[in-house]
Design a protein around this ligand. Structure first.
Ligand code: NAD
Length: 287
């Protein structure tokens, strides 16, 4: 068997196209152009690329993006002051702080400083909590994008056994909550998991976000499984690869995402989706 490829690039482009029309409608009916503040601290090259992609996607869809490129030396106090200002700014519907932030800034303090209804990354404990109790508001972008990829296959996920490899606050954990909400029986593995192979072998849906190239071997994949690879790793030769051994995994899987061109573009598309959701729900506009 050779798996069908889940084309994240194509699915994300369609979402952005739909959102472009939606924004035109919002401008016409409500004189509303959603605004996204994009804050980056320091010069991390990967972060610079991610921010550029997000700003380009805003421009393409008609979201007004306002950039704050702050020096590495920015203090936590100054960053929190900026976030407070953006929280109060009625023209700003979403606030995105690109992570990682420099070591002298505490990530959780920054996340909690953002107003939950402007938390378009969906990282705030309020938004994670809403997802946990089946009342999602702004959903974490990457897991939300993965759900859209899974939906695109047309498969039913109710009752299926799903495994998440990786348990970070912003990817693995909200991913588990999304799959639980979708009716899967969910297991989460992490760096202390014994016998990862056995967990992978029994699972019908495997979502991998560990940041370890080649961690999941193709021969572990149960025939007919759906494999979503969130990992992004750069090899010594500069090639981007995921956490799953793609070539061997596609021999067993029914569906699989490539890296690049799988989950990555979806994270940007769901950020746009969240920004529009934040802009409309804050003003009580029905979508
Ligand atoms: P992280 O370092 O915060 O978390 C990694 C998780 O993997 C941890 O929970 C750790 O316990 C687990 N892990 C490590 N080794 C393991 C092992 N041998 N078995 C099982 N679990 C193991 O990383 P993160 O920020 O969650 O990101 C994970 C990967 O996803 C990275 O490659 C990152 O670049 C990528 N990522 C991609 C997107 C996207 O849009 N495609 C978005 C976010 C993150």
């Amino acid at each position: 068997m050779s798996a069908q490829i889940i084309d994240g690039k194509k699915i994300a482009a369609k979402i952005r196209q739909d959102l472009t029309l939606k924004i035109k409608q919002l401008q016409k009916d409500h004189n509303l152009t959603p605004g996204l503040a994009v804050v980056i601290i320091g010069e991390d090259p990967a972060s610079q690329v991610y921010v550029r992609n997000k700003r380009n996607a805003c421009e393409e869809t008609g979201i007004k993006s306002v950039g704050y490129d702050l020096p590495e030396s920015t203090s936590q106090k100054d960053l929190l002051e900026l976030i407070n200002k953006l929280n109060e700014d009625d023209d700003i519907d979403g606030i995105l702080v690109q992570f990682p932030v420099p070591d002298h800034i505490d990530t959780e303090t920054v996340i909690e400083a953002i107003r939950p209804d402007k938390d378009v990354d969906g990282f705030h404990p309020y938004n994670i909590g809403r997802l946990a109790v089946r009342m999602p508001a702004l959903r974490s972008c990457t897991p939300y994008g993965v759900m859209k990829l899974l939906e695109s296959t047309g498969e039913t996920f109710h009752g299926k056994e799903a495994l998440i490899v990786g348990a970070s606050n912003h990817v693995g954990r909200p991913m588990a909550l999304e799959l639980l909400l979708a009716g899967c029986t969910v297991s989460i593995s992490h760096r202390f998991t014994r016998d990862l192979e056995a967990w992978v072998r029994r699972s019908e849906i495997i979502v991998v976000a560990a940041g370890k190239p080649g961690l999941v071997k193709g021969e572990w994949i149960r025939p007919g499984a759906t494999v979503i690879d969130i990992g992004i790793n750069r090899t010594d030769k500069g090639k981007l690869v995921g956490d799953v051994d793609f070539e061997s995994a596609r021999q067993n899987a029914a569906w699989i995402t490539p890296v690049p061109g799988g989950v990555g573009p979806m994270t940007v598309a769901t950020l746009m989706l969240n920004t529009i959701e934040a802009a409309t729900s804050r003003r009580n506009i029905k979508p």
